[in-house]
Every structure is written in C-alpha cells, then in structure tokens.
Design a protein around this ligand. Structure first.
Ligand SMILES: Nc1ncnc2c1ncn2[C@@H]1O[C@H](COP(=O)(O)OP(=O)(O)OP(=O)(O)O)[C@@H](O)[C@H]1O
Length: 258
C-alpha cells in the first residue's frame, strides 16, 4: 500500500464487531476500516444490518434497551465504547444526518447553531460566522441568507435536508454518518444533496447508507456490501461495481435480489 493510498490513512477501525438485539444477532464479526476524507457507501438488501452498523459508529444504538455490542470500534485509535471518549464528544466528532430531515421548530439560524448553544457558546460573532460557514458548506446560504430568522419549517424538503447537513457540520465533526439521506427527496433535491456530498468529502469522512445503487456508484469512493449481517465485500466503488469478487455482490448489484 503506498503513502498516497487512502487506505493507508484510516479514521475508523472496526474489528470483530458483533451486534445483538436481545437474543437475535444482527451483525457478525465485521472487520472494516474507513479511509479518512473519503465517501464510503454501505449497501445491501433490506434488513442486512446497514443502519445498525452505521448507528454503532456513534453509539446511537445505546438508546435501544435490548442492544448489545461486542468487539472494537476505534476512532483515530480511541476505543469509542470505553470510558476514554464520552458519548457527547463522540457524537460531536461523528455527526449524523437521518433519512427524514428533522429540523427543530425554530429559525433557520437557531437550527444551525443548535449544537453550539448546547455547548454553551453564545458569542454572537462566533454564532454568525458558524451559520454562514455551515450554510455555505451545505450549499444553502444563497437561498436562505435573507430569511435566517424565519422558521425552518417553511423550507422545502430538499432545503430542510441540507439544513440538517449544515447543522451537522456546524460543530466541526470529523465524520458524518448519513442514513439514506435522499430517500424522502425528489430527483432534483437528491441531485443537489449528491453534489454536496461530493464537495464535503474534501473536509469530512462520510459514511452513507443507501438503497440506491446508482447513488452509491455516483457519490462514493469505497463501498461495503453487507448481507444478512455479514460483510461480504469492501472495495473501491469503481472496482466493486465493475468487477466484484463475490457472486453474492454481483447478484445484488445486478438486481438479481434485494
Ligand atoms: N430496535 C430493534 N430491535 C430489534 N431488532 C431490530 C431493531 N432494529 C433493527 N432490528 C433488526 O436488525 C436487523 C437489521 O436491521 P437494520 O435496520 O440495521 O437493517 P438495514 O439493512 O438498515 O435495513 P433497511 O435497508 O430495511 O433499513 C433486522 O433483522 C431488523 O429487524
């Protein structure tokens, strides 16, 4: 592996990850590393564990009573499930954008700086700067700069999803997890979010769950294919979609099941 190979610069290292909901095992011995400042897509048929895996990466599964995880997930070398990293700091460093946009019933401005307010930051200069930087980063600034203090709930669905991306980047995360971020959007808004993902990759590591294989092929640098809780194949997207190593991957990407 050469020094310029992205796989030589790893931000998240997953080893022997098993995950259970009560007695039912959802993930089986996953071993995978996520390269820094690259987009990795998680694909696979419904129920294969994509969302469960994504939610392990910032401990969102802690909210599920019956959930239990074994194995190791290291963020830049620090075990995320040990006492070394508290969950609030983890979620600042590993942000999340959900399938359905979830703006708060507040102004556009207050939505963006929500994480800063929680952290006790009230300096107007810092907040104004963060709002502009984040909205520009989310390709939304020009559309909303004249109505920052109006309710976010008056925005279109595509704008709301980009607002949620702005809210995620406002706290300077290192990783952004996206769980089917375009599934509720029309084709035009989807194209805007996909363009945005490609732009954000210069600054952030992005891990995206998608059902849409064309989308995975368009936006990601790497792809992981999961099937029934197992990682079947992980490779460069350009390779996995053209010359998969496993029959199951080929069957899935050619639409034979799923
Ligand atoms: N809160 C939960 N409690 C119990 N079982 C769950 C829970 N969430 C998910 N599961 C189960 O875990 C398995 C993996 O689900 P998960 O949602 O991670 O799959 P997925 O690949 O993201 O599916 P989809 O593409 O349909 O969203 C499924 O069998 C699902 O029924």
């Amino acid at each position: 592996m050469t020094a310029t190979d992205p796989l030589s610069d790893i931000i998240i290292d997953v080893a022997h990850l098993n995950f259970y909901y009560g007695n039912s095992q959802a993930l089986f011995d996953l071993n995978l590393t996520f390269p820094r400042r690259q987009v990795t897509a998680l694909i696979g048929p419904s129920g294969c564990g994509k969302s469960t895996f994504l939610r392990c990466l910032n401990r969102m599964n802690d909210l599920v009573d019956v959930a239990r995880m074994e194995g190791s997930i290291r963020l830049d070398g620090t075990e995320i499930n040990s006492g070394e990293l508290d969950v609030i700091e983890l979620r600042r460093r590993v942000g999340m954008v959900f399938q359905k946009s979830n703006p708060f019933p507040k102004s556009i401005y207050e939505n963006v700086i929500y994480g800063l307010r929680i952290a006790g930051i009230n300096d107007k200069h810092v907040l104004d700067e963060t709002v502009e930087r984040s909205l520009r980063g989310a390709a939304l600034w020009d559309e909303v700069k004249d109505r920052l203090h109006e309710s976010a709930l008056g925005m279109s669905g595509g704008q709301m999803q980009r607002l949620c991306i702005a809210r995620a980047i406002a706290v300077n995360p290192e990783v952004i997890l996206m769980d089917e971020p375009c599934s509720a959007l029309d084709p035009k808004s989807t194209a805007r979010v996909e363009d945005l993902i490609k732009e954000l990759r210069d600054q952030f590591t992005i891990i995206i769950v998608t059902h849409n294989m064309q989308q995975a092929a368009r936006v990601s640098d790497y792809t992981a294919f999961l099937f029934e809780g197992l990682l079947i194949e992980f490779d460069k997207t350009s390779k996995l979609f053209v010359k998969p190593r496993h029959q199951q991957t080929e069957d899935y990407i050619t639409g034979r099941f799923g």
